[in-house]
Design a protein around this ligand. Structure first.
Ligand SMILES: Cc1cc2nc3c(=O)[nH]c(=O)nc-3n(C[C@H](O)[C@H](O)[C@H](O)COP(=O)(O)OP(=O)(O)OC[C@H]3O[C@@H](n4cnc5c(N)ncnc54)[C@H](O)[C@@H]3O)c2cc1C
Length: 501
């Protein structure tokens, strides 16, 4: 094993939404930081892919097989790169709503409270929106949480054909709003991400070092198991050991528990920080369904996500439990999630030649319906012969189905409206749920809370009983919001970084 000469104030594992953000915050405080990232820089031509290639499903899948609930191997959609999953995200950065922090009652049960209230998170959301240059418009969304500052930038203009669709939705009593987007203004790569606003910002401070192609395999502790003394990584086939005062795990909600489980030792026989037995448990991932409408005219197929609708977020006229969020998916030629999802189109994409596929895509308007799931200790990440195994059965399904049917009703009403000309009237709206392989929205596998008996980290992200190990990524979510989690990951990372010495 090669032992690195340097000693760092902090070692950050992973450079995605959490890792990149923590690194930049620590570097700004003058700390020496080492970022260990298993991926490398994503080639420009692989960023923001906008063509039918996306449907062939070979993009954005690492050369890795995980085992699924049925025990069969599958190839996850995830990205190991500088910036992590933010390199291919939809760039929608939303705040969680106040009641979601307090433990929301769903049809199938009550979600746990976070132990951190919205009011405590609000200043970190302000900072996160400023750091990631979020463009948005307050005051339109009926579920919008309280804010004391305006969005740092006005909303992005939406595609012209979506304006009449916005009016059509308003005629149906919906209150569409401009989705808040992180936007860099770079012509080649306009959406913001954690490489740009996290890693690059950290590197501008002199004290940051970056090792790419560095897959962390294990954390080593002192004999009493109360401190991490070394971080082991595989780099170009060789084992390396790095040392730092603080270690921040931010490898994402699947790989963070995998690293902890692989780090068992005499003081931690069931895996590091796993005294509660909760490491890897309570895996949640947003329920996602794509729904297609037929546009009456061609669009570019390459525009960003645009309109959000939360009129059914807390329920609808028939039920008083939360259903979820709707958003216009943006052009289907640049949406890696869509490329994975609708089974109807999956078949078509395999059969159709590129040109025909493109013609179909540019006549489509995609909507995403998203709903929360509840934590379930049986939904979990484990290791089998050091390979990742996911046991996952989604819940809160009735709420999601209701949301989808409510939205189909709304689309049909919009299409029947004689004033609406931008979409065609159809009786069938092809739709499909994101399959197991879509893991980008995973959270909850190292839940945060004050009780060491039932949680993995405390309210400051520190692993119970291990003084210098913090978990900063989506693993720490005690519950799953009903809409995009990325801004909460970033805001929480800023909050935790502020408390790190
Ligand atoms: C296609 C897609 C679209 C999405 N759209 C949105 C959206 O519009 N809005 C939103 O809010 N969220 C979106 N998400 C979800 C969002 O990207 C995640 O919630 C967020 O990135 C989670 O942050 P994280 O820091 O927990 O993990 P990640 O951002 O995934 O970062 C984890 C990092 O750790 C690295 N890593 C993993 N294992 C190791 C290891 N062993 N050693 C070293 N490094 C390691 C990875 O390479 C990666 O860089 C989307 C996700 C996907 C996949």
């Amino acid at each position: 094993m090669i032992i690195d000469d340097a000693h760092y104030d902090a070692i950050v594992i992973g450079s995605g939404a959490a890792g990149g953000t923590v690194a930049s915050a620590l570097a700004a405080k003058g700390r020496t930081v080492l970022i260990l990232e298993r991926g490398g820089s994503l080639a420009r031509e692989d960023q923001n892919v906008a063509d039918v290639d996306l449907f062939r499903k070979d993009r954005y899948h690492p050369d890795e097989q995980w085992f699924g609930t049925d025990g069969d191997p599958f190839n996850p959609q995830a990205i190991y790169a500088l910036g992590g999953n933010t390199k291919i995200w939809g760039a929608v950065l939303e705040r969680m709503r106040e009641p979601e922090f307090d433990g929301l009652a769903f049809q199938g049960g009550k979600a746990p409270a976070w132990g951190v209230r919205y009011a405590e998170m609000a200043p970190w959301y302000d900072q996160a929106e400023a750091l990631y240059r979020v463009h948005g418009q307050a005051g339109l969304d009926p579920t919008e949480p309280a804010r004391t500052v305006a969005y740092p930038h006005p909303p992005r203009p939406i595609e012209p054909f979506l304006e009449p669709l916005r009016s059509a939705l308003q005629r149906q009593g919906c209150r569409p709003y401009d989705l808040p987007l992180t936007w860099s203004e770079d012509a080649d790569d306009p959406t913001g991400d954690a490489e740009l606003f996290g890693v690059d910002a950290a590197l501008r401070h002199g004290g940051t070092s970056l090792r790419t192609g560095a897959r962390v395999t294990r954390l080593h502790v002192n004999p009493s198991g109360t401190e991490v003394r070394g971080v082991e990584a595989e780099i170009c086939g060789q084992r390396w050991l790095f040392r730092g005062d603080q270690v921040v795990l931010a490898a994402g909600a699947i790989n963070t528990p995998a690293i902890l489980l692989a780090s068992s030792s005499d003081p931690h026989p069931e895996g590091l920080a796993n005294g509660s037995g909760q490491v890897g448990r309570n895996l949640m991932k947003l329920q996602l369904s794509a729904i297609l409408q037929r546009a009456s005219e061609q669009n570019s197929g390459t525009y960003p996500r645009s309109l959000g609708i939360n009129d059914y977020y807390w329920g609808d006229k028939n039920v008083s439990f939360p259903l979820g969020h709707i958003e216009s998916g943006g052009g289907v030629l640049q949406d890696p999630l869509f490329a994975e999802s609708p089974p109807v189109l999956s078949l078509v994409t395999r059969l159709l030649p590129n040109e025909a596929l493109k013609r179909l895509a540019v006549r489509s308007v995609c909507w995403w319906a998203t709903s929360a799931v509840l934590p379930d200790p049986d939904n979990r990440v484990t290791l089998r012969n050091n390979r990742i195994r996911i046991h996952y059965l989604p819940n809160n399904l009735e709420a999601h189905d209701r949301l989808v049917y409510r939205w189909l009703d709304t689309l049909q009403a919009v299409e029947a409206d004689p004033l609406t000309r931008v979409v065609n009237r159809t009786w069938i709206h092809p739709r499909g749920e994101a399959p197991m392989a879509v893991m980008g929205f995973a959270c909850g596998t190292c839940r945060m809370g004050a009780d060491p008996g039932s949680t993995v980290v405390d309210l400051e992200g520190r692993c119970h009983g291990i003084g210098n190990l913090t978990i900063a990524d989506a693993s720490v979510f005690p519950s799953c919001p009903g809409l995009s989690p990325g801004l909460t990951v970033i805001a929480n990372a800023l909050r935790l970084a502020d408390r790190l010495p």
